[in-house]
Design a binder for this molecule. Structure first.
Ligand code: ZN
Length: 299
């Protein structure tokens, strides 16, 4: 089972979010039939989305991450909340690149660096707030760290890892975000940087049955770490026939009638989970009638 923790050092000078997301990323892979490179890119973004969503205060808050670096993958879009739910997709899930010289999946090459990462938080205000920063490496972890620095002046270390098996299954996925408080002493900050510097591959930590409570204590062994919260997480899409109906209704009667004249049925697909919804016959007629009575078509 995937889950996520929130932790803090005893001196309360830095906070940690850590998540094991193997099943979450595997579910995304199955929904989107992603290649290893696309699995790693989408998986890293989903893993980050879970933790960034967890930082929000209220259960109706929503966080959206949009990454587009002009690379072959196109846009990666991830939506999460503070309860461990995440969904997401990548424009071109069939893009696969050669491994890099160090044997790792070329996420940076697939994402590209000619573009931005945009993070929006909808916390029930009139407009969502957030920010947009230029991509640094397209490897996603460093890009998110830069986003926090540029838009919130918050120092962060973001480590994200996805290991893909030879048969394309997700072998392991997980990550963490560490954020020091502004008052953290120089000596402790150096100690923290040293702990982070020892990590060569974050996904190795999640590639066994070890509890993340133990992983966090292992990585930050120079500090006394206290786990303060823990929640289950997973890939969850909230699409439904009602939502799809609403989307069709908003097209307007004229547009709908045109589609029906050509095809007599309408099939819609949810971008996030690839679930298909078919509207025909009486169901479709009802949607058309709703369009007529509400009169909110474009004409
Ligand atoms: Zn869906």
């Amino acid at each position: 089972m995937d889950y996520m923790i929130r932790a803090i050092d005893k001196k309360k000078t830095f906070r940690i979010f850590m998540v094991k997301s193997t099943n979450t990323v595997e579910t995304a892979r199955i929904h989107h039939n992603t290649t290893p490179t696309a699995s790693a890119a989408l998986g890293r973004a989903l893993t980050a989305g879970l933790m960034m969503g967890y930082m929000m205060k209220n259960e109706n808050d929503k966080l959206t991450i949009n990454i587009n670096g002009g690379g072959p993958l196109g846009t990666i879009l991830v939506v999460s909340d503070n309860r461990g739910n995440v969904k997401g997709y990548v424009d071109n899930p069939n893009v696969d690149l050669e491994l890099k010289a160090n044997g790792k999946l070329d996420v940076g090459g697939a994402v590209g660096i000619n573009g931005k990462i945009t993070v929006l938080m909808d916390i029930g205000m009139k407009e969502p707030y957030g920010g947009s920063t230029d991509l640094v490496t397209g490897e996603i972890g460093e890009d998110i760290a830069m986003y926090y620095w540029k838009s919130e002046q918050q120092q962060s270390a973001v480590a994200l890892g996805v290991l893909v098996d030879r048969d394309y299954h997700i072998k392991s996925a997980g990550g963490f975000i560490v954020q020091p408080m502004p008052f953290m002493e120089e000596e402790d900050l150096t100690k923290l940087e040293n702990s982070l510097g020892k990590i060569s591959s974050v996904s190795d930590y999640f590639d066994n049955d070890e509890d993340i409570e133990d992983i966090v204590k292992k990585i930050f062994c120079d500090f006394e770490i206290e786990v303060t919260d823990k929640i289950p997480v997973g890939f969850k899409c909230d699409c439904s026939e009602e939502r799809m109906e609403q989307a069709l209704i908003s097209l307007g009667k004229k547009e709908l009638q045109q589609i029906i004249e050509e095809d007599e049925k309408i099939e819609t697909v949810c971008h996030f989970c690839n679930r298909k919804y078919l509207f025909e016959g009486e169901k479709l007629q009802n949607i058309l009638n709703t369009c007529g009575t509400s009169g909110d078509g474009p004409f």
